[in-house]
Design a protein around this ligand. Structure first.
Ligand SMILES: C[C@@](CO)(OP(=O)(O)O)[C@H](O)COP(=O)(O)OP(=O)(O)OC[C@H]1O[C@@H](n2ccc(N)nc2=O)[C@H](O)[C@@H]1O
Ligand SMILES: Nc1ncnc2c1ncn2[C@@H]1O[C@H](COP(=O)(O)OP(=O)(O)O)[C@@H](O)[C@H]1O
Length: 285
């Protein structure tokens, strides 16, 4: 599916280990505070620069029009800043991260394309410029460009590093698509969590997700998956769902729990990773 003998660029998923809604912004969006971490469930992207100005996605994703794909939109957003002689791109995407599950796969793909093409097209954009372009593509994109476990404020653009323990998780995807706008618009959504001026993993305990209760109430399959995971520990939801994750003490424990889950519940054994694996790859090439 991906071409061989060219570089395979990683595009990992994220978990929101904690997500609180602290109010509303003047533009109607919700002001969040959230711990984001990368995990080792990832898509893979190949990119080669072209001599013309075309941006070609060779692997369209089912349900996403190629011109709407975040890989293509990211390349288009950066293209005016290309300074080398190569200003087009051939892109291949191997999708492993389920879409619309709160794992940020599309945003991660956009971030990987921006960081790789910044180099291949000799754009010489600073990290801040890439963060600004990323934010225009989606609220989660800046985190993936920042590339470290982060405490995010605003809609996700105000980022600072935060330390979290290394941990394994059982991750499950209930067979349900949660509509993010519907959850943000729900009258029962809590919107007044206190802002944390001095965030750390310790003083945010117990970790929670302010969107979780409304999603569980309105999506029975997410509630059912939550009830299954609850037999083994304290699961939480990532982003606006529908994916749920269960912190585990070890890889063995995570694998054992995963083996006990119903076969029709899609699941993975994952761990958090830090920093973004692309950083090392780009510094070596
Ligand atoms: C909840 C989070 C947490 O990481 O993740 P996901 O579930 O998407 O992974 C994000 O903040 C999701 O932000 P983003 O990806 O931009 O959300 P979108 O689906 O584009 O937003 C759909 C709609 O939700 C509302 N919305 C979104 C983000 C926000 N901070 N406040 C809002 O009120 C807006 O009405 C927006 O039009
Ligand atoms: N390359 C892409 N990968 C995933 N989703 C994409 C992509 N391009 C566009 N999208 C759209 O973005 C939406 C959000 O996807 P994604 O970022 O994976 O999940 P989430 O916002 O739930 O964390 C998808 O439902 C899809 O319509």
């Amino acid at each position: 599916m991906l071409p061989e003998n060219i570089i395979h660029y990683p595009s990992p998923a994220k978990l929101n280990l904690d997500l609180r809604i602290i109010g509303k912004l003047p533009n109607g969006y919700h002001a969040l505070e959230s711990i984001f971490t990368l995990i080792n469930l990832q898509d893979t992207i190949c990119i080669t620069p072209r001599h013309d100005t075309q941006i070609m996605l060779h692997t369209p994703t089912q349900g996403v029009a190629p011109d709407q794909d975040l890989t293509v939109r990211a390349a288009q957003a950066l293209q005016p800043l290309a300074s080398g002689s190569l200003k087009g791109a051939d892109i291949w995407l191997d999708k492993q991260i389920p879409m619309g599950g709160g794992l940020g796969g599309g945003s991660s793909n956009a971030a990987t394309v921006l960081m790789v093409l910044n180099k291949l097209w000799k754009c010489r954009c600073t990290m801040q410029q890439l963060l600004d372009i990323g934010l225009r593509l989606g609220a989660d994109v800046p985190f993936f460009i920042f590339g470290q476990t982060a405490f995010a404020r605003g809609v996700g653009e105000d980022l600072q590093p935060i330390e979290v323990p290394k941990q394994y998780y059982v991750l499950v995807r209930p067979d349900e698509h949660v509509a993010t706008p519907k959850i943000f618009a729900h009258p029962d959504l809590p919107r007044n969590s206190p802002s944390n001026p001095n965030p750390s993993y310790q003083n945010l305990q117990p970790l929670r997700n302010d969107m979780q209760a409304v999603v569980l109430q309105n999506y029975p399959k997410v509630q059912a998956a939550f009830d299954i995971l609850r037999q083994f520990g304290t699961p939480r939801m990532t982003g606006s769902g529908s994916c749920l994750f269960l912190p585990c003490d070890s890889e063995i424990q995570a694998t054992q729990i995963q083996q006990k889950l119903p076969e029709d519940l899609q699941s993975w054994c994952v761990k958090n990773i830090n920093p973004h694996p692309l950083f090392q790859l780009l510094s070596n090439t």
